[in-house]
Design a protein around this ligand. Structure first.
Ligand code: NDP
Length: 295
């Protein structure tokens, strides 16, 4: 029975973090500057708090200084904008990250647009996305999750040029930028979304599948062309009485079936997840290098 190679995001992410740590000490030695990342968290969502904690820990592990602001759920939008404006002006802060989702009384667009493009390490400023979409333009930052997907393909030597790629999902933060990135790498890209009539048929044409939907086990073995490469971004909790937490996390892709048909596949967890944080560190380092004219 054929068995796909496991694309080990956890170990690739570790390798990347080590490369970043080396670069940061080189920069510190030559300029005296260390990169800084400001993280703004509003409200008390447990999952958001966990993400912020993990990002902070990852920063420390490579030598990035992190500045955390934790604000109450009922904080006004104006107050958040004030913090962002302060960080925009603070030269020790190279990247600014606003943990999403924001409380419903805030306008997410206003808040994200207020992060200056030079510090937009999440790559969510429309100017960055616009440049990503245009030929011969370079975004200052590429969104972390799709960037992590492409980095995995590169590091595993998966050819992209001239290949058929299918992205399932078209969100601003994952699906859409993933499709733009694959196209920049000369793949021929189709995007499948909730209104697509024949998702299975289209997905089966793909040499490379990136799935970012949020539906557990939606992509079955029958959707997958033998030998294709599968990148599963989905992180979906499903009930599991055997787990102490009462649930476990699975991807969008039915791993059992897909791993018998694909040539390579990312696990969930341990695939794209760790890469997202590694790319955030990488973007923050890039911001600091740019701000300090350090190559
Ligand atoms: P969104 O909910 O913003 O977007 C989901 C996309 O999937 C939409 O474009 C939607 O289509 C499409 N979709 C929904 N149902 C179907 C369906 N039945 N068939 C085809 N397409 C469908 O999610 P995100 O992009 O933010 O996240 C997607 C998944 O990735 C989630 O599980 C999330 O937890 C995970 N994630 C993982 C990260 C990581 O670091 N590994 C980071 C970010 C997200 P339409 O546009 O038509 O509504």
């Amino acid at each position: 029975e054929a068995s796909a190679k496991v694309i080990d995001g956890k170990s690739v992410a570790k390798e990347i973090r080590e490369e970043i740590a080396t670069e940061i000490s080189r920069m510190k030695e030559s300029t005296g500057v260390v990169p800084g990342l400001a993280v703004i968290l509003v409200g008390d969502r447990k999952d958001s708090a966990t993400y912020v904690r993990n990002k902070k820990k990852a920063c420390e592990s490579v030598g990035i200084k992190s500045y955390e602001v934790h604000l109450a759920e009922d904080t006004s939008e104006q107050e958040v904008l004030k913090y962002i404006s302060g960080f925009n002006d603070d030269p020790s802060v190279n990247g600014i990250l606003v943990q999403l989702p924001l409380p419903s009384h805030m306008n997410e667009q206003n808040v994200l647009n207020s992060v200056c493009i030079e510090k937009d390490v999440d790559g969510f400023n429309p100017l960055n996305i616009g440049r990503l979409a245009m030929r011969d333009r370079e975004p200052l930052f590429v969104p972390c999750t799709p960037k992590g997907c492409i980095e995995l393909l590169h590091r595993y030597g998966v050819p992209i040029k001239g290949k058929r790629a299918v992205v399932i999902g078209r969100s601003n933060i994952v699906g859409m930028p993933a499709a733009l990135l694959l196209q920049r790498e000369d793949a021929t890209v189709s995007v499948v979304h909730s209104r697509t009539k024949n998702p299975e048929e289209i997905t089966r044409e793909a040499d490379i599948i990136i799935s970012a939907v949020g539906q557990p086990n939606m992509v079955k073995g029958s959707w997958i062309k033998p030998g294709s490469v599968v990148i599963d971004v989905g992180i979906n909790p499903v009930e599991d009485a055997k787990s102490p937490r009462g649930y476990r996390l699975v991807g969008d892709v039915c791993y059992e079936e897909a791993s018998k048909i694909a040539s390579a596949i990312t696990p969930v967890p341990g695939g794209v997840g760790p890469m997202t944080i590694a790319m955030l560190l990488s973007n923050t380092l890039a911001a600091a290098k740019r701000a300090n004219n350090f190559e």
